[in-house]
Design a protein around this ligand. Structure first.
Ligand SMILES: Nc1ncnc2c1ncn2[C@@H]1O[C@H](COP(=O)(O)OP(=O)(O)OP(=O)(O)O)[C@@H](O)[C@H]1O
Ligand SMILES: [Mg+2]
Length: 363
């Protein structure tokens, strides 16, 4: 690839958008490889939908470039772009049948009638809805409506498929099933896909890579595993999965690394904790290990919350600090502290820690 050649898939380079006098998307770079599924994940108002609308062409960036499979589409109107969008509310036509809804974009493009029939049937087979081709949207379930919307997008054979919170109108169980369906179809077709969501569970479970957005920027762009294990900032760590944050000093003791908090020393098991000095430590609840009183730093159980297949235990460190220091841990029935409750004393060790500097960036 030479300098002015763009890679295949989707690229956003230095994209920015100001709306209502505020910077909503700020100097954003993103590359989605051909056939990859990427989620834009972030809190409400961080600019996810705005970014997706610029990719689809409903909004034009103030600065920056968007390319699809090497072609610059920045100024190209939505209907001329090789993109198709699935909206949160599905936006199906209530007076049309399922077949007519899926056929609609092809009719707009004056596709010959027999080709329309063949392509619509192919898509309805794909999403498993042939038996509903004559039904109207109001007569089918939410999950089925979602699949009609997906079929209507895919029938256009877009190079890039865009979905904005596609599962938010479905109940929890159905959401898991439909997201697996979407992933399966996406992989079968090998279609480059961008999904907007604020649900971290959804993003982690179906994506090749996740772009975590905060205030119009991407804070980290990685695979789900890297994102969870090595969140680059405190924001990412707190947004993707649960994380304890404590102010501590890392030292190397006689028995290995220790996090010192108000005179209490929390032994750290993982050898990777080689950083020293004071700062903020991020600790995932599964890395807070509770044991017998003598085993690690002393703490008192504040509360134990049954969560089904595990128990969430909140302990307060016995330490000389201005504010009480609480740590959240997950334990199962086999834990040595499983029989204990509020007020009981335990020992705390840490499996691994994430050291952050004062700006919240991983050291
Ligand atoms: N046309 C507009 N004029 C002014 N402000 C806008 C406009 N469109 C969006 N915004 C603002 O831009 C910010 C980002 O909006 P956007 O819809 O991209 O967020 P989002 O990340 O999709 O959030 P959500 O998860 O709530 O859907 C919000 O504060 C929103 O109010
Ligand atoms: Mg949105």
């Amino acid at each position: 690839m030479n300098d002015n050649e763009q890679p295949s898939g989707l690229t956003l380079t230095g994209v920015g958008k100001i709306l209502g006098g505020r910077t909503i998307v700020d100097d954003l770079d993103l590359w989605v490889g051909k056939g990859e599924l990427v989620c834009l994940l972030g809190p409400s108002g961080c600019g996810k939908t705005t970014t997706l609308r610029m990719i689809a062409g409903f909004l034009t960036p103030d600065v920056g470039t968007i390319t699809i499979d090497g072609a610059d589409v920045t100024g190209v109107p939505p209907e001329k772009r090789p993109t198709a969008m699935v909206f949160q509310n599905y936006a199906l036509w209530p007076h049309m049948t399922v077949f007519e809804n899926v056929a609609y974009p092809l009719k707009l493009r004056r596709t010959p009638r027999n080709e329309i029939t063949a392509r619509v049937h192919e898509m309805l087979e794909l999403v498993n809805l042939m038996h509903h081709e004559k039904s109207r949207p109001a007569r089918i379930s939410g999950g089925e409506q979602q699949r009609v919307a997906l079929a209507r997008a895919l029938v256009q054979r877009p190079a890039v498929l865009l979905l904005d919170e596609p599962l938010s109108n479905l109940d929890a169980k159905l959401r898991v099933r439909v997201r697996e369906d979407i992933r399966e179809i996406q992989q079968r077709l090998g279609i480059t896909t961008v999904i907007v969501t604020h649900d971290q569970d959804e993003a982690l479970s179906i994506s090749d890579r996740v772009a975590v957005m905060n205030a119009g920027r991407i804070e980290q762009y990685s695979t789900p595993t890297v994102l969870y294990r090595s969140p680059a900032t405190r924001f990412v760590g707190g947004f993707v999965g649960a994380m304890n944050t404590i102010r501590a000093e890392l030292r190397t003791g006689a028995d290995g690394p220790v996090a010192v908090v108000g005179g209490a020393g929390l032994p750290i098991e993982s050898a990777s904790a080689t950083t020293s000095g004071s700062g903020i430590l991020g600790v995932r609840p599964e890395n807070v290990l509770l044991g017998a009183k003598s085993d690690g730093a002393g703490a008192t159980i504040v509360r134990a919350i049954p969560r089904g297949h595990f128990t969430e235990v909140v302990v307060q460190l016995i330490a000389d600090t201005e504010e009480p220091v609480e740590l959240r841990s997950y334990i199962d029935d086999r834990s040595p502290v499983a029989a204990l409750g509020a007020g009981d004393q335990v020992g705390v060790r840490l499996h691994s820690v994430l050291p952050y500097d004062e700006n919240g960036v991983l050291r």
